[in-house]
Design a protein around this ligand. Structure first.
Ligand code: HEM
Length: 199
């Protein structure tokens, strides 16, 4: 491997990996749980995602929908904190320059996409948290109550809409980001992927 290339620093690389994996998990979990029926009975344990791999025992019976919603909110608050840390790290540490082989328009598009990704990575969990705060349940982070529910159905509904639209925009940006990464590897054959990889 070429050691002379300019890389992102280790913390930036690890945060990129961890936040990326968690966002994929959160998108999947969000769509999965939204499809769960509201009238399922409370159960003493749950087979995680019905995969037959891991059965989770509850201390008291709970509906599967409540369980997955609470998991989504708890993980979501954690992801929001990690994204804020990632943004802070990005603003306080210089990113490597784009390779000189990239056209001016490609550099501009990459720059705009990266800024839009940061914006939507914040907007998605932020709208989710505000929606949850306006619901009657509030936010409980892995068993610790963070926010009491304000029980305002109109505002909950508005932020639910915003959360769904923001998640769809984030997905579109992620697709563009991944397609660009593949182009760098397959077409341009430059070292852009290596700059963000753990060796
Ligand atoms: C990066 C973080 C997050 C991602 C990627 C994400 C993604 C999603 C997605 C894809 C959905 C399904 C939307 C649909 O039905 O089209 C969803 C639903 C939901 N999210 Fe998030 N979310 C995130 C963070 C959060 C946070 C921080 C909270 C609250 C603390 C939250 C609360 C909810 C709730 C309550 C729903 C269900 C809405 C309903 O059907 O009533 N989300 N999320």
């Amino acid at each position: 491997m070429n050691d002379s290339i300019q890389r992102y620093n280790k913390v930036a690389i690890i945060l990129h990996l961890v936040v990326g994996v968690l966002i994929f998990a959160m998108l999947g979990l969000g769509w999965y749980m939204s499809e769960l029926p509201k009238d399922l009975p409370k159960v003493p344990s749950i087979d995680l995602f019905n995969l037959g791999l891991y059965s989770l025992q509850f201390s008291e019976p709970m509906s599967p929908r409540s369980f997955y919603f609470n998991l989504h909110k708890s993980l979501g608050v954690t992801v929001l904190a990690l994204i804020l840390l990632r943004l802070f790290w990005r603003l306080t540490h210089e990113a490597p320059d784009f390779p000189a082989t990239m056209q001016a328009w490609e550099q501009k598009l990459a720059d705009v996409t990266h800024k839009a990704l940061y914006l939507m990575m914040l907007a998605v969990p932020a709208t989710g948290a505000v929606m949850a705060a306006f619901s009657k349940y509030g936010i409980v982070w892995f068993g610790v109550r963070l926010v009491e529910g304000l029980n305002n159905e109109g505002l909950r509904e508005a932020f639910k809409e915003a959360h769904e639209v923001a998640a769809s925009v984030l997905v579109a940006l992620i697709v563009l980001h991944v397609v660009a990464a593949i182009k760098h590897k397959v077409v341009d054959k430059d070292d852009v992927l290596q700059r963000m990889s753990l060796r």
